[in-house]
Ligand binder design. Sequence first.
Ligand code: S3P
Length: 204
Amino acid sequence: MPDMVTTDVSPKTALVAALGRRSIVLVGMMGAGKSSVGRRLAVRLDIPFVDADTQIEEAAHMTIPDIFERFGEGEFRALERRVIARRLDHGPQVLATGGGAFINPDTRTAISRNGISLWLNADLDVLLRRVKRRSDRPLLKTDDPGETLRRLMEERYPVYAEADIIIHSRDVPHDKIVDEIVASLCGHLGVTAPARAPQAERSP
Ligand code: S3P
């Protein structure tokens, strides 16, 4: 009778190996959960987490609202494009990007060369509830942030839809979203190894 052995290839190990030096790049609207889900995904896969907005602030030595105020959105977008292009050389990692980043065609091309794009797609009511918790988003300093979000969604969703993977972000525990992301990544990368799957070993 053949001995039963277990493979030592967990989905995490197989997935990170299949990723190689590519980054998992989270895209989507403000409030979609890119940073909070991204952080947990990175812990799950045991790879670094990087927030592009934080990198931009470090590069500029000022906050995003200050960049918008002093230099305008155009300069912010130029810096965002450069910072993300540079950062994509450092995979494997989970890279959370600001809501407008994927709209830039050069950034989309750079991501498709060096990463796997993953759109966290959320409904307007979920986004609105979440963005109300913070007041530091320059684009939402309008008389009607709900209407602004709705308009941005209309413009951006067809572009986000070009992402390699689409996950519905909603008000469920973050770990559930991470489970769904890992399953989709496994599918996308052709990784099927189940955790410590039993395997029959033939006797010589
Ligand atoms: C922006 C989203 C923000 C930040 C900047 C512009 C956008 O990041 O990059 O305020 O254009 O949607 P988050 O999506 O992380 O809030």
